[in-house]
Each structure stands twice: as C-alpha cells, then as structure tokens.
Design a protein around this ligand. Structure first.
Ligand SMILES: [Zn+2]
Ligand SMILES: [Zn+2]
Length: 527
C-alpha cells in the first residue's frame, strides 16, 4: 500500500485518432470502502482528513466563497442521462454484467450530484414538494430557542490570554440517537424482548433530517453561520451518531438547548399495523392501474388519498429527537488533540456501517439481525414497495413491487438504516480541497463513460496532453490480447503516481506552501 496504487485498476486503451498511437492506461477504481480497494479507500480518507484540517481553525473567511458549481452539475446530469441510455442499450443486448457496472457509475454520479447541490446536508431534498400546505401546528421550528438573524461570519472568535497568547478555539461535538432499551457494554440489549427495534430503525432512517434541522436551529440561535465537518457512524448498539468538528465555539449550554429543542416529524401514513404478510400480498391489476386486495379485488388506498387521510388532529407517523448523550469539547489549533480528533472523525470512513464494530458473539449477531429485519419492513420513502404491506399504494405505483424487496439503500444490512452520505461538510468549511477532488472525479467518471461507448470520443484525456477530442477510450475486456498483465498495470500506475506526486510537490512549493498546513496528522496521499 506504500505507493497508494489502486489494486483493481481498470485497463483502458487510449487511441489517438490523429497518430493512431495507442496506450494502455490504468484508471484507479476510486472505491471508498477498503473492502473493495484499500489504497483507493485510504486515499479518499486522507483527502477527507486534509479537508477537515483545512477548515477547522481558519483565521479568515474562506475565499472565494464557493458557490454551487452549476457547470459541474450540468455536466454530471448530462453524463447521467447518457449512462441511462447506455444502460438501456446493454440491457437490450442482454449484457447484465455491464449493466451492473453502469449502475455503479450512476450511483457515483448521484453521489457527486448530491455533493454539489446540497453539500453538507445529510438528507436529500424531497424532489416533489408536498401538495398541501400544512397548518401552522405542523411547523417544525423550535419555539423555545432564541432566533437571531444569521450573520455571514463563519470564523470563530479568538481569545487572548494574560500572557498575550492568542487562542483560536474550535469544538468537537458528538450527537447521538435516543435510547431504545438498556444495553450491555458490547452494545447488545439487556432485554432483547423489549428493545424497541422499530423505533431504532425509524430513527436511523430519519436521523439525517434531524441533523439538518440541528444545524439550522443552531445557526439561528447563535446568529452566525456555524460551519462543520461531520461524520456519521454507528455506536456499538448500532444506532447512528454524529461526530462533528465545528469551527469556532458555541457555549455547551447552548448546544444542549438546541439539541434538546430540535426534532423532526414524519408526516407519512401510519405503518404500524401490517395488513398483508409474505403469504398474502396485494396483486397488481392492469385495469385498476394499481394494487388490489388478493381476495376481494378492492383497490388499495392511493398514496395521495392516504396522505389526505391524515387529519389536522392526528399525530405524525414518527418523531425523531436526539438522545440525552451530548459531548462537546474545545480544541485549539495545531495541538496533538486536533490530529487525534481528525483521526477519530475519519476512522470508520473506509468501512461499511455494519463492519465498523466487530460482530463476534451470538447476542451481537442476533442484535444486528433483528435491526436488519426491522429495517427490511420499514417504508424508506413515499415510493417504497413496503407501503403495500400496510395496505397503501406507494407513490408512482407500478407493477412488480414486492414488500420487503425494495432496493432503497436503507434496507441493506450494511447501511444499518443509514443510506445517505457519511461525511457532511458545510458549504463554507474550506471550499478548496474537495473542489479539486471533485474535478478529478468528474474527469474519471467521464473517462469511464467513454469506455462504455456511450459517447465514443470526448474530453477524457488528462490535462496537458493531446487534444482530448481526438482520443478514443476503450475498456479492455478480459481476454483481449492487448490486455497487460496485472503486475505491469500496477507498475505503470506506480510510475505514473511518482511522476504526478513530484509535479504536485513542485506546484505546491511554487504556490508557497500550498493547500495543506504543514503541521498536523501525516497526510502523505492528501491531494
Ligand atoms: Zn482502487
Ligand atoms: Zn424502500
């Protein structure tokens, strides 16, 4: 791993249309999980560490103020449309293997799009606005909190000690979910029978919304634009919790007040009483254009009707709040603690959520099984197939939906109910490091797109080389006589990386120190 070279590079043949010259180029896989590719995952983690460090104790407001890069978003949206078309083509040709590859790319692009549009937000915005305006009783603001106009300031205050030393303190904050029953040291319930798995599952699913509300409430309560770098990970009991580096300081009492007053209400139809089970399920009916009861043939309640059925006096289907555990510590710049905290924040980023803690004993296995089971049957969104179980047609209902088989990420065991992004960085944290990263990713995804033949030619060549429009990229299929042996690919990648590293160091030296502060955690691969 010393050279940080991808262990599963994709061999690509690049042909120069003018000269006919071809070259085999290994493209890194770009995985963020170590289970897929340790060097790529570690590189991604180092990048996050650098990003965290850059913004934590900024002396000045980040310049330029990073506006949403709309060109990137447009380029990505176009790529996504191309990929959908390519996917339809390969599916029509019966190549399910390649369709899988394309799905993975579409997933990457969705992540990129999410990162561009709602950077720092934990929950995706609902694409469709609610049809009706809720009564004021359903507003989700927190009336007990101070409400100040939010100043544009994002940098914390300094404090001068008696001896003239100037301190610029920041904070490390941990927020947890509520309790669902007492647990042992290993995270398993003392009384599994009464442990509330359903509420644990629902809280995990809606936790991102709660976090977004917390930052919103906090900024209004303190009156300045608090910035954060946060990571979501599971506690031993498998409930998600949030670690956040906050720039500047907020009094602990205020953090507690805001956390206690913040809540998120879920205004969905009730999903408490299953109407159907695995043996008796609603059936699709073409004439009705929806699902009907298998015995009576009566159409199920439509999504809109189910929503309309929620009365003014009804309670929300679910309310998420933070648990009582809240930790907040002051951290000053460039101390050993800063490095340790950054390591702590990024510790689990290369692992899937269910692999963050060892699941070694039978009680632990049973605990994760029961949570996974609860998550399988919870509705993840208005379009989730699981609504059928509760006698309701999902929004945009269509044939082929099977309760318990929804493809939504949160139902997957490895997410423990959390399907969103793991790292949440507010818009004005640093505005530097990840922008570079993002451009790399756009170029990378674009290059991969070329290989799928969706475009054929295009701007996929690295900067500074031949006219990109005159290059054709192809993924070498296994068995291609030109396919280099894996060792050769890796050697090539190592050489390329050394050359690139040297270039980068030179550029940094020329820029007078570069993007990354010189002290702090070792960041050999950060770029
Ligand atoms: Zn890799
Ligand atoms: Zn679902």
């Amino acid at each position: 791993m010393e050279n940080g070279v991808c262990i599963r590079p994709m061999p690509m043949r690049r042909t120069n249309l003018d000269t006919g010259e071809t070259q085999i180029i290994p493209v890194p896989c770009g995985a963020t999980l170590a289970s897929k590719c340790p060097p790529c995952a570690e590189r991604a983690r180092r990048l996050r560490m650098a990003q965290c460090k850059t913004g934590w104790h900024l002396d000045d407001e980040p310049v330029p103020d990073p506006d949403p890069p709309t060109d990137d978003a447009k380029a990505l949206a176009t790529l996504r449309a191309d990929l959908e078309a390519a996917r339809a083509d390969v599916l029509a040709a019966g190549d399910t293997g390649q369709a899988g590859e394309i799905d993975e790319l579409i997933g990457q692009i969705d992540d990129e799009l999410a990162a561009l549009g709602v950077r720092g937000k934990a929950a995706p915005d609902n694409r469709d606005r609610p049809r009706r305006v809720r009564s004021t009783r359903r507003r989700q603001d927190a009336p007990d909190l101070p409400r100040l106009p939010v100043d544009r300031r994002t940098v914390g205050r300094t404090f001068t000690a008696a001896d003239g030393t100037v301190w610029r303190p920041s904070m490390f904050l941990t927020l947890t979910c509520d309790t669902y029953g007492h647990v042992h040291k290993d995270g398993t319930p003392v009384d599994p029978a009464s442990y509330d798995y359903r509420r644990a599952a629902r809280d995990a699913i809606h936790f991102p919304k709660l976090i977004d509300r917390f930052w919103q409430n906090l900024r209004r309560a303190v009156g300045w634009d608090v910035q954060y770098f946060a990571a979501l990970e599971p506690q031993k009991r498998l409930a998600p919790h949030l670690h956040a580096a906050i720039r500047g300081t907020v009094p602990r009492a205020m953090l507690r007040l805001v956390a206690a007053a913040t809540y998120h209400q879920v205004w969905w139809p009730s999903a408490d009483q299953p109407v159907y089970d695995d043996h008796r399920q609603p059936a699709w009916n073409d004439t009705a254009g929806g699902y009907v009861d298998p015995d009576t043939g009566t159409p199920l309640l439509s999504w809109d009707d189910a929503l309309d059925g929620i009365g003014e006096d009804d309670e929300p289907a679910h309310v998420v709040r933070f648990g009582p555990q809240l930790r907040a510590d002051g951290v000053t710049a460039n101390t050993a603690t800063t490095g340790r905290m950054i390591g702590y924040l990024t510790k689990y980023l290369t692992k899937s959520l269910d692999a963050c803690h060892d699941i070694a004993s039978d009680p632990q296995r049973r605990h994760v099984d029961r949570l996974a089971d609860a998550l399988r049957h919870e509705p993840c969104s208005p379009t989730c197939a699981n609504w059928l179980r509760y006698g309701i047609q999902p929004r945009n209902t269509r044939p082929g939906l099977v309760p318990g088989r929804c493809k939504g990420k949160i139902h997957r065991r490895e997410t423990l109910g959390f399907g969103g992004r793991r790292v949440l960085v507010s818009r004005r944290w640093s505005g530097k490091t990840l922008t570079d990263h993002r451009h790399d990713r756009v170029a990378f995804i674009r290059a991969q797109l070329e290989t799928l033949g969706a475009v054929g030619t295009g701007p996929a060549a690295p900067d500074g080389e031949s006219d990109p429009a005159r290059m054709v990229w192809q993924l070498l299929r296994p068995g291609d006589p030109a396919a280099p042996r894996r060792e050769h690919l890796l050697l090539h990648a190592v050489a390329q990386r050394h050359a690139w590293r040297a270039q980068l160091d030179a550029a940094r030296a020329a820029a007078g120190g570069g993007l990354l502060p010189a002290t702090g955690p070792p960041l050999p691969d950060a770029a």
